[in-house]
Design a protein around this ligand. Structure first.
Ligand code: PMP
Length: 365
């Protein structure tokens, strides 16, 4: 039997075993072609079918029954971090200003990239509270003249997550959904732009999904490098140059797997159950485990918590590793522990972790 650990890594994160096995089966001889998808031309029919189907399934998952008719689905390179720059390059006109909700390390980085290129206002910052929460709807203002309004729907490092989609009126909403895309239903039609590195919920590192409302493409300045220009990439259906074919193929497999298992709505039910189990273990520990996030802002993707001392943290990590659990060390900027429970993390893995947490607290509490 294949040896598999419980993977709580923050990204690249767990992938569905069935997807890995399918990729393994198809690697050398893709569907009887005698070629690997890694060896096929990105302009040939074999890859083109993978590319088209991946976009089609993503459209269905993001907007069930409607398929996001007003948006283009793009595959880009350079990770979500490259999008921190590409977004203002494309959507922030000279003399304009953009709004940012700053709720963690990644949105701090995003606003800084925008400030290199123009004016970007922090419409809200949780920095003074160690980013232990996200603002409730109404706790921030939207500049009605902003070129766009940017937020990070799930803060991977601090373990906080928005439970609402900001209402920005006519200002285009831009969402970094890197760590919670397709983990729950979302009204994707409300977004001007959605982006996400694939390596947490939807596939492997190497490709970044960008979903952009078509009318915004008129803003993309002609002086941009073609590979960073949304209008150019959209016009060529992300085949302007050689795309990361294998990463896109894997996104296609993960997307199909999710669709076959009930889409984002069913994923949300599974994710809710996993998060409830984990937060339950924190809450009944009588302070032995301390959650970083304020309860109303708790993420259902990244559960961050601390133990009373470095020694206890080390001991816990050692026991977790011995029990086949990896990826639990918190990000260096927060410390403590972080359990990432993306779509592909099974309930059984969370049960194993919760059992260890209860047992460890009993022995050391
Ligand atoms: N945004 C968020 C919310 C993230 O979690 C990450 C990566 N952990 C990034 C952006 C940066 O992504 P990438 O490594 O793909 O550039």
């Amino acid at each position: 039997m294949t040896h598999r650990i419980h993977n709580f890594g923050a990204g690249p994160g767990a992938l569905p075993l069935a997807v890995l096995e399918q990729a393994q089966r198809e690697l050398v001889d893709f569907q009887g072609s005698g070629l690997s998808i890694l060896e096929a031309s990105h302009r040939g029919p074999m890859y083109e079918a993978v590319h088209a189907r991946t976009i089609e399934v993503l459209r269905e998952l993001l907007d069930p029954g409607r398929g996001l008719p007003d948006h283009d689905v793009l595959f880009m390179s350079g990770g979500a971090r490259t999008q921190f720059a590409a977004i203002p390059m494309n959507l922030l006109p000279a003399g304009g200003s953009a709004d940012y909700l700053v709720t963690g390390v990644w949105s701090e980085m995003a606003v800084k990239e925008a400030q290199k290129l123009g004016t970007a206002r922090e419409a809200y910052s949780s920095a003074a509270n160690s980013h232990d929460h996200v603002p409730a709807a109404g706790a921030y203002t939207v500049d009605p003249n902003a070129a766009y309004f940017h937020y990070t729907s799930n803060n991977t490092i601090f373990g906080t997550q928005f439970d609402h989609v900001p209402d920005t009126g006519d200002v285009p909403l831009v969402g970094d959904l890197s760590s919670d895309i397709l983990s729950r239903p979302l009204d994707a039609q409300r977004f001007g732009l959605i982006y996400a590195g694939a390596q947490k919920n939807i596939g492997a590192a190497g490709v970044t999904l960008v979903v952009v409302r078509r009318d915004l493409l008129a803003r993309c300045p002609k002086h941009l490098p073609d590979t960073l220009n949304y209008a150019k990439v959209a016009k060529e259906n992300s085949l302007l140059n050689t795309p990361p074919v294998f990463a896109i193929y894997l996104v296609g497999l993960v997307a199909q797997h999710l669709l076959d298992h009930g889409g984002a709505a069913a994923a949300a039910v599974r994710n809710e159950a996993k998060a409830t189990l984990l937060y339950g273990a924190i809450d009944r520990s009588g302070g032995f485990y301390q959650g970083h996030a304020q309860p109303a802002s708790r993420s259902k993707m990244n559960v961050t918590f601390r133990l009373g001392s470095e020694e206890l943290t080390k001991a816990f990590l050692g026991e977790a590793q011995a029990a086949g659990m990896e990826g639990l060390k918190g990000h260096r900027s927060v410390g403590g522990l972080r359990a990432s429970i993306y779509n592909a993390v099974e309930l059984a893995s969370v049960r194993a972790l919760v059992d260890l947490m209860d047992d460890f607290a009993r022995r050391h509490g």
